[in-house]
Design a protein around this ligand. Structure first.
Ligand code: NAI
Ligand code: MG
Length: 372
């Protein structure tokens, strides 16, 4: 029996192209793994009314890790329109598989390393080595939303929240409410994961990102817990910054930062900023990590216009595979892979279109394999 059982979820569009490339690399590394294909994505929404079928959920319950390509999603009306005739008008609602996956498997860490590999002409600046820890299960993405706002909720807010007086006379259909929910447990575990990562990989500083001065209840809680957790890691410096300010500081002095940790929405924003500083979508990789399962993916989507053209950059997915190796405890293979990717970028001979070249997806994978 192979050592690892890995769910292989290519999804849609270029998800297939980049996952094929990642597989060439993993096979060259001779990872002792069984890869089990899982159905996910638009085709399954269209034909089964579920983009994340039950059999794929079952598969994920019995694997060591998963690699995920990309999926296509569309607005409500467009989604309904593409259902096969038998499924139309049945009240089926499209739900994002990745959001469901995060919730179902409690994948509370969204880990996004952003490193400027020397020689990448897309780097904003050399020397950038940032790791973003984004809380992945709560905050403004909890899904607790009201539009229109029900009378019951308006009555409660009138009674309990003074500042609500400002909205009290508005009819419920004239505004909307999205709840930002942050728990102590959720905040503590993401912040601890960030500090543990800093300790394990030799980062000197963890920056807690927040907006505690204005969003006092939830962001204040996050910052408070940051200060508490920091006490457990005396060797690591903790600092904190407002989300708006950090966007400026990161652009000014990116090399002064290491590990960054934030609540869900601020983490979402700052991780895209960091990814763009090191080459953008062709390089952005991420891990959705829980206690039992971790799912690794490029951060880009299915880019339908390039689907099946063997054209896009597979480095993001190959770096996601590197993250998976690291998470599985295959440190040596992870390092070999990263060294090979860095060597190909430094050499600059093989470059996909986004890097200013004309090499194909498979060319890039083969160049990386050659360096292994
Ligand atoms: P996208 O990330 O798929 O592509 C935007 C553009 O970025 C592409 O047209 C291409 O120019 C470039 N690009 C993306 N990946 C690249 C790569 N590996 N190499 C080189 N260039 C690359 O975003 P878009 O067009 O907004 O969304 C397309 C579909 O993907 C939508 O249905 C969207 O919902 C879905 N999506 C899925 C995600 C996921 O599966 N995690 C994340 C983002 C979008
Ligand atoms: Mg995002």
């Amino acid at each position: 029996m192979p050592t690892y059982r890995i769910a292989w979820l290519p999804g849609d569009g270029i998800g297939n192209d980049v996952m094929e490339a990642a597989r060439l690399v993993l096979d060259a590394l001779k990872l002792d793994a069984q890869y089990v294909h899982g159905d996910i994505g638009w085709e399954f929404w269209r034909t089964e009314g579920d983009a994340f079928p039950e059999r794929t959920i079952e598969l994920l319950k019995n694997v060591d890790a998963a690699m995920f390509g990309a999926i296509t999603s569309k607005p409500v009306k467009a989604a309904e329109a593409e259902l096969v005739p038998e499924l139309k008008g049945k009240g089926l609602v499209y739900r994002s598989p990745i959001v469901r996956m995060r919730q179902l498997f409690d994948l509370y860490v969204c880990l996004r390393p952003c490193k400027a590999y020397p020689g990448n002409s897309l780097n904003y600046r050399n020397g950038i080595d940032l790791v973003v820890f984004r809380e992945n299960t709560e905050d403004l993405y909890s899904g607790v939303e009201f539009s229109p706002v029900p009378d019951k909720l308006r009555d409660i807010l009138k009674e309990l929240a003074k500042p609500f007086a400002h909205f009290a006379d508005l009819p419920g259909d004239q505004y909307a409410i999205t709840c930002k929910i942050n728990t102590k447990k959720g905040s503590e575990r993401i912040i601890r994961a960030a500090f543990e990562h800093a300790a394990r990989y030799g980062y000197k500083k963890v920056t807690v990102i927040h907006k505690a001065n204005v969003v006092r209840a939830t962001e204040g809680l996050f910052l408070e817990i940051g200060k508490q957790v920091a006490k457990e890691f005396p060797g690591i410096q903790m600092d904190d910054a407002n989300i708006d300010a950090i966007c400026m500081w990161l652009l000014k002095d990116p090399d002064k930062y290491g590990v960054l940790v934030a609540t869900n929405m601020f983490g979402d924003i700052v991780s895209d900023l960091c990814a763009q500083m090191v080459g953008g979508l062709g390089f952005g990789c991420s891990g959705n990590i829980g206690e039992e399962l971790a799912v690794f993916e490029p951060t880009h989507g299915s880019a339908p216009k390039y689907a099946g053209q063997n054209k896009v950059n597979p480095i993001a997915t190959i770096l996601a595979a590197r993250m998976m190796l690291d998470w599985l405890g295959e440190k040596q293979k992870a390092e070999r892979l990263e060294t090979a990717v860095a060597a190909v970028i430094a050499e600059g001979k093989v470059r996909t279109y986004d890097m200013g070249g004309s090499s194909s997806t498979v060319d890039m994978a083969k160049a990386i394999v050659a360096k292994l």
